[in-house]
Design a protein. Sequence first.
Length: 382
Amino acid sequence: MLIPKIKVKWKLMSENLLKSEQEKNKIVPVNLNDKVDEFISWYFKNMVKGYYTDIGEYHQPIEMRNFIEKMAVWYELRYPDYEINRLMPGSNQENTKIGDVMFNKNRYINEQLDENSDAKVLDWNEFYNTKAFIDSLPWEERCLFQKPKYKDLVYVKPYCNFTHLHLSSNGIVEESEGFGNYTNFKVKDKEIEKMHVEDVVKLLKERGIILPNDNELEKTIDNVRKRNYQKEGMLNCVMYRIIERGGNRFGPRRALLFAKEFGRNINVPMMYGIDYSDPGLRNFINEYIKAGGSKGLICYVGYFSRSSKNERVNLVSIQKLIKSIHNDCITKYTPEEVELYQRMVNVLSSQINIDEIKKEEVKQLRLQRKMEKSKNHSRVDD
């Protein structure tokens, strides 16, 4: 009676050990909604706190979050699920086409324009483009996309009109006044003209010049950096929300389009887009690779299949996925990959043929030289 119990005990132990080993290779994924919360917190501390009234401090973070959501929704309207599926297939394709909905079957357009109007052949994705979206925004939201500018006049000491710089909007020193006297001529005015203000600050520090804590040079540099970070962080958060809102297939695919258009990190949509039940996964990976993605990227498996925020998931590399997943139940490679491989084979084959021809030409040339040499020897003997 003891033997069966021991067997069962060892079986349970081995199962626990296996489970423990599997858990070692799992990780709690970075939650994208948490990344949005982190940005809103940074935005409040750096761009809101102390710059608004109590009412403004309460509402500004909410308005920023709302705008992030608004932009994510705009991208969904621009690229609905069925259009994403048409561009990067991942499930059954709907017959609906956004161009037909917005132009060909639009009652207002049909009533106002002739049926042969050029409006019927417009591309909705291009029609509702980024510039059109930004231009349609109210000023408070439109200015979020403006390139930060440096102050045109900055003083070493606030409220002191003597030592100062005239800057271009890009931070280049157009004119310098009073720096020779201020630094005991360790730094001359002409020396720093045409330099960037950041380089001016570095030069001053290198030469032992201590700037006042409230100097406007470093303040304008810090302000531009913060505004740049705000814009970059805001766009990153839009991408995160696009992923979360779209779910396991449409979200990462739509976010990849957004990342390419807005210069975001294309690794992020791919990291969250691994769903083994996705029939178009290999095609999606190919789109990522064509966009400049890395085969060494490590991705989360089943981010959208978790039952809780802190549930651990497996990791897998793009390289391993390329080796293991198939295009469909019949073929491993996508038609595009097959075509690419065939081109490579054709190139290699033609190269081999060229090499063979060259070898034959060399062989014939050697034989010809040998025959000519033999003839010459015969003439000498005669």
